[in-house]
Design a binder for this molecule. Structure first.
Ligand code: FES
Length: 258
């Protein structure tokens, strides 16, 4: 029994820099184990290219364990490829067959300009987190985890939202380039918990308004949920919109009391 794939044809987006118009280039890679990850496939190709004196393909990666959210490839037109609930680094070559042609592109979104080849600038996501993705608490020793009782459904929902790894697949998959699923996850994991209540209303207002500066509007396509490597539910978007509307009233009331 062979565990190797032969003759994979790769069509990969190459772009020298932000000002370059870019183009697809074709590569042939052989003897790839079906146990290899997609990023290992690119590693093998890069060794091949370097050996031939060519420029290696630039692509983002870090943990390679589905945790950090750094990997970000559009594979055959799907953010993170054909396996649902899976980041690119956790996608394995057994999802493909020998002889396949695989098209690899960077995230395509106006808010994510291409830096080089398959790397994009996702810093607009950082701007959203900076606007409110934190709690203000005194530093010091960590309190006992059970000191604040939290109902299990609330804790479970907060943990589901906190699974967001910030990869930006939701933006890349959305026809409008909206970041609502990302923002909703970041808002909700704090707004659901007691520790997040002090800044609940200012947080949601600031994060949504920052999101609107950079990204398109959500029109409920649901592509974000399908592309999310952590399968985060679009229910969080509804939760965020509800909190945002309430914040608009509450924040105005609070300001009038100062
Ligand atoms: S490299 Fe960290 S999630 Fe893929």
């Amino acid at each position: 029994m062979s565990n190797h794939l032969q003759n994979l044809n790769l069509k990969i987006w190459r772009q020298d820099g932000p000002a370059d118009s870019g183009r697809f280039e074709s590569y042939l890679v052989g003897s790839i184990s079906d146990e290899a990850s997609f990023l290992e496939l690119l590693d093998v190709l890069n060794e091949q290219l370097i050996g031939e004196g060519q420029d290696a393909i630039a692509f983002d990666h870090d943990c390679r364990e589905g945790i950090c959210g750094t990997c970000s490839l559009m594979i055959d037109g799907q953010a993170h490829g054909p396996q649902r609930g899976t980041a690119t680094c956790q996608l394995h070559m057994r999802k493909f067959a020998s002889g396949d042609t695989i098209v690899v592109e960077p995230w395509r979104a106006t808010a994510f300009p291409i830096l080089k080849d398959l790397m994009v600038d996702r810093s607009p996501l950082d701007r959203i987190v900076e606007a409110g993705g934190f709690i203000t608490a005194a530093t010091g020793g960590a309190p006992d985890a059970n000191i604040i009782p939290i109902p299990k459904p609330v804790a479970d929902a907060a943990m589901d939202a906190a699974e967001c790894i910030g990869c930006g697949a939701c933006v890349a998959a959305c026809p409008n380039g909206a970041a609502n699923l990302f923002t909703a996850a970041k808002v909700s994991h704090l707004n659901l918990l007691p520790q997040g209540q002090a800044e609940r209303w200012s947080r949601v207002e600031a994060m949504v308004e920052t999101m609107d500066e950079y990204f398109g509007s959500c029109t409920n396509h649901g592509e974000c949920e399908a592309a999310c490597p952590k399968s985060i539910s679009i229910d969080f978007i509804a939760m965020m919109h509800k909190d945002f509307r309430r914040a608009k009233v509450k924040n105005r009331t609070l300001i009038s009391q100062i």
